[in-house]
Design a protein around this ligand. Structure first.
Ligand SMILES: Cc1ncc(COP(=O)(O)O)c(C=O)c1O
Length: 401
């Protein structure tokens, strides 16, 4: 059951905790860090106190996800007049995106329920991740993708892990609607972010982040938004840590959407209470080309809880942001760079004041969309051809060395 049969709202897992006991959690989590934990728990399962328990005898389906780097970018902090700026790189996960954090919990639940086929609609990363965890669990994987809208690398991952890939429709929204109707007919276990177990795993990213910052939260935590599962997950994580008394100041969540696919930004910035879907979402950042985000009510709650903010950025600014990160040695896929493009806008508008501490969430790996780099080579040294002689190679380097 993914939503309430009475009110139609998406189902959510509620964490029961004893704040007294919660005080001991950070020390327990530290004791489970790699190298210190005999059980070899992943960066997600290390936070088991915050996760749904698995029935006795059911082992977690894990590929060692989590434990991702937090990289400080002092040059960029100075450029943007911030006290500090970091990127939390969730693209450094087993299949190259943040989806793995949720998929380990979701596919573990599918296993616990004895389900045979897991399924998702996807802009690419969910399919790659689900296919990997399904393979690991010995389950079958069915993926619905919009035709011609998923990068070659992401499709190759799903195929490599043995998923059945069906191209159906022109947008993620179309494929997702179809899948939601097909799921009960074909007895499919849905692994999209409407599945509450996905969010449980994804929320651990913010726990790990705060641990990396010695429990001193940043002022802002900014991430790209598509179907809005990740902001919902991070918002849930922040709320639970606050309820447990582990943080007092909560970071303000910032959601960045591509201008051509920004229904949530439009809703939030206009003060509307209902989301108006976009029927023809358009952006070159294909991972966030979504016009009908299923999780918008959850995302709205996360933003209300954290006094959040939003921005919409044109593709040209995403490209500039991606280039700037690459100049600093940080690679990511285009959708991830939207975080930086959004932060620039939020600095310009004063929504994010100078002198604050900011973390950008990078959601996907650089190698997820290499065609994008080839399309945007202008201004880069690029590839030159040379005769295979010393003189030939030297000639090709003229003007560069
Ligand atoms: C790289 C990347 N960034 C951001 C998103 C958006 O995440 P969400 O749909 O949880 O808002 C996605 C979703 O597919 C993604 O693949």
């Amino acid at each position: 059951m993914y939503s309430c049969p009475r009110c139609g709202q998406l189902a959510e897992l509620v964490l029961e905790m004893d704040p007294e006991e919660a005080r001991a959690w950070p020390e327990r989590w530290r004791a489970r860090l790699p190298g210190r934990d005999a059980a070899g728990r992943s960066g997600v399962w290390r936070f088991s106190e915050l996760l749904p328990s698995t029935p006795a005898g059911v082992e977690a389906v894990t590929l060692g996800e989590g434990g991702t780097p937090l990289v400080e970018l002092p040059q960029l902090a100075e450029e943007l007049q911030l006290e500090s700026l970091w990127v939390k790189h969730l693209g450094v996960n087993p299949t190259g995106s943040f989806k793995d954090l949720g998929m380990t919990v979701c596919v573990t639940e599918a296993r616990a329920l004895g389900r045979g086929v897991v399924a998702c609609a996807s802009t690419g990363n969910t399919s790659a991740s689900m296919a990997a965890y399904a393979a690991r669990a010995g389950l079958r994987a069915l993926v619905l993708v919009p035709e011609g809208q998923v990068t070659a690398a992401k499709l190759a991952q799903a195929l490599d892990f043995g998923a059945m890939v069906v191209q159906a429709g022109q947008t993620f929204d179309e494929a997702f609607l179809l899948l939601r109707q097909l799921a009960p007919r074909l007895n499919l276990y849905l692994a999209n972010s409407i599945n509450p177990f996905r969010l449980e795993g994804q929320k651990t990213a913010v726990v790990e982040l705060l641990e990396q910052l010695d429990w001193r939260p940043p002022d802002y935590l900014i991430l790209p938004g598509g179907n809005l599962g990740n902001v919902s997950a991070l918002g849930k994580g922040i709320s639970e840590l606050a309820d447990a008394g582990l943080v007092t100041d909560v970071p303000r969540l910032g959601v960045v959407q591509a201008e051509g696919a920004s229904p949530f930004h439009r809703m939030w910035s206009s003060g509307a209470e209902e989301l108006v879907p976009e029927d023809h979402p358009e952006t070159r950042a294909t991972a966030i080309r979504i016009g009908r985000p299923a999780n918008w009510p959850r995302a709205m709650r996360a933003l209300l809880r954290t006094r959040g903010l939003t921005a919409a950025v044109p593709d040209s600014e995403i490209e500039t942001a991606k280039r700037r990160l690459a100049e600093l040695g940080v690679g990511c896929e285009p959708a991830s760079a939207a975080s930086l493009a959004g932060l620039r806008r939020m600095r310009q508008s004063g929504q994010v004041p100078a002198g604050t501490r900011v973390v950008l969430v990078l959601t996907g790996h650089q190698l997820k969309d290499t065609a994008y780099v080839e399309e945007h080579l202008a201004g880069l040294p690029g590839i030159r051809r040379a005769e295979p002689t010393l003189e030939g190679v030297e000639r090709s380097l003229r003007g560069w060395l």
